[in-house]
Design a protein around this ligand. Structure first.
Ligand code: FE2
Length: 514
């Protein structure tokens, strides 16, 4: 349920699954490590990640320069979502849930094996994919007596408009594209690849069927057909792969018995953005030229939408990176709260998935969770870290961090919707919280989710004034305060999330949040 994402160094952006069959996962300079990293400051066998009864931990293998977890050099520690590892110049974060928005734009985590064929190719290629290509090919195939086909085609193009309109989420857009194609073309497999802007590689983002069969676990497609579509910016069809020269050395034909295949570039403003590929193992000559025309026309519409979604995605990533850097900088001054907001945001997103929040609400939740305690930069460190009891006046100053945080965020116009979410993250379900003593559903749902995640993470973390509580004690406390301090529906969803990810050891120790 957890994975690692490399956030700095030459492998930046790479994600590594931490599924138990693949463990232990070793990191080091030696090529035999599962994560082999090239850097003089990294030892040959630097550290190791493993799991015991669903509980993940990292262990330093007596490396020369050490393994750092949340800013501290460690020997052996458990891992939770939001933790940050530093190994020499490589930064890695621990994340959970494939459904969280944080991961929603990541490529598929599958091995791609693209056949290499050296023979030159001279077989069928259709006309160039100019702006008109899809529609021209498509409409040319129809005559008056085929009006029902034409009607169906227009209907599909209309559906394409609806499926792509106003979709800012790139992954959702690609899924809509492939679903529409698979619903209207008799293909058994389909893939959308995007061309990576930094490496120029084609990387798969969406597949249908979504869950591959055993035989198809490794993605095998013909390199020739993909490269032809990219280089010639044109749609390609193979009516019978078994006799098609282009597939002579194809693993996909040999292993999967692919008979018919078709692919088309996703383009905008003369640039290839990616490829849609479909095939079938059932029979030769499965795809007609009308299918190819419709396929190309839908892809043409998708190209424009993909370009827009990528632009929006770039802006959003830049914005999120800025927020994360800001939060990390604030947390860096205090090793006890290091990683707290990041972990709260990860837990909160898992709960949001469980409760079915919309993508828009999840974006707001993520920002509010990351920034929920930003007001603490206005509270003296002495009050936040004092081991003893605080006076009423001092406690009031600490509690004031919610108003302070809300007013700081209010000054940033674009963040206006998250102001109340931050202000109310210490309200209680029964009305006994602060600052406005809101009750029940008067409290924004996002604030109620943050409250549960915040409570759990604060309880299970060390603070200067007390030791952490065990995972089991934290669960008991959430159950005990469900319906009084915490929204019972949210608390139940959170407990379900915990059962699924088992993020911490049962003997872990910590206290309630202020
Ligand atoms: Fe707080």
């Amino acid at each position: 349920m957890l994975h690692l994402r490399v956030i700095s160094g030459s492998s930046k952006g790479r994600t590594i699954a931490m599924e138990e069959p693949l463990l232990p996962l070793t990191i080091g300079r030696d090529p035999s490590n599962r994560i082999a990293l090239e850097h003089a400051a990294i030892s040959r066998f630097h550290c190791r990640i493993d799991a015991e009864a669903g509980d993940y931990y990292i262990e330093d293998l007596n490396s020369t320069n050490g393994t750092y977890l949340n800013g501290r050099r460690i020997q052996k520690e458990h891992l939770s979502p939001g933790d940050e590892l530093i190994i020499a110049n490589v930064g890695i974060v621990v994340e959970a849930s494939p459904k969280s928005i944080y991961q929603s734009h990541a490529p598929l985590d599958v091995n791609v094996s693209i056949d290499v064929k050296s023979k030159p190719d001279n077989s069928l290629t259709l006309a160039n994919a100019t702006e008109e290509m899809g529609a021209t090919e498509f409409l040319a195939g129809f005559t008056a007596d085929q009006s029902s086909k034409a009607y169906r085609a227009l209907q599909v193009l209309y559906e394409a408009d609806r499926a792509f309109r106003d979709i800012e989420d790139l992954k959702q857009l690609l899924e809509n594209l492939l679903d529409l194609i698979m619903a209207n073309i008799p293909a058994s497999r389909g893939y959308v690849f995007l061309l990576q802007r930094d490496t120029g590689n084609l990387v798969p983002y969406v597949r249908r069927p979504a869950e591959p069969t055993q035989k198809d676990a490794e993605l095998i497609v013909s390199q020739t057909i993909l490269q032809m579509a990219v280089r010639q910016q044109s749609s390609v069809i193979s009516s019978d792969a078994l006799v098609d020269e282009r597939f002579t050395h194809s693993k996909s034909v040999a292993t999967l018995a692919v008979r018919s295949a078709m692919c088309t570039p996703l383009m905008n403003r003369g640039r290839v953005l990616g490829i849609v590929y479909v095939d079938s193992t059932s029979e030769a000559n499965l795809f007609s030229r009308e299918d190819l025309g419709l396929f190309s026309a839908v892809a043409l519409k998708a190209g424009i939408a993909i370009d827009n979604a990528r632009l929006y995605d770039d802006l959003r990533s830049l914005f999120y990176n800025t927020v994360e850097t800001l939060v990390r900088t604030i947390q860096a001054k205090d090793q006890y709260t290091s990683g707290h907001s990041t972990r709260v945001s990860r837990y909160a997103l898992l709960v949001a998935d469980k409760l079915g929040l919309s993508t828009k609400d999840k974006h707001q939740l993520y920002l509010a969770a990351m920034l929920h305690d930003i007001g603490k930069i206005g509270v003296p460190d002495d009050l936040l870290q004092r081991p003893g009891k605080l006076s009423d006046d001092e406690m009031e100053r600490v509690r004031n961090h919610v108003q302070l945080g809300a007013s700081m965020i209010e000054m940033l116009g674009e963040m206006h919707p998250i102001v109340p979410l931050i202000r109310h993250h210490h309200e209680s379900w029964d009305g006994s919280g602060y600052p406005d003593a809101l009750k029940g559903e008067e409290i924004p749902l996002v604030s109620r989710i943050i409250a549960v995640a915040d409570t759990y993470d604060a309880m299970t973390s060390d603070r200067p004034y007390r030791k952490r509580r065990s995972h089991r004690e934290a669960i008991e406390e959430i159950k005990r305060t469900s319906g009084t301090k915490l929204d019972p529906r949210v608390a139940e969803a959170f407990l379900e999330v915990l059962r699924e990810i088992s993020p911490v050891r049962a003997d872990a120790t910590a206290v309630l949040t202020i």
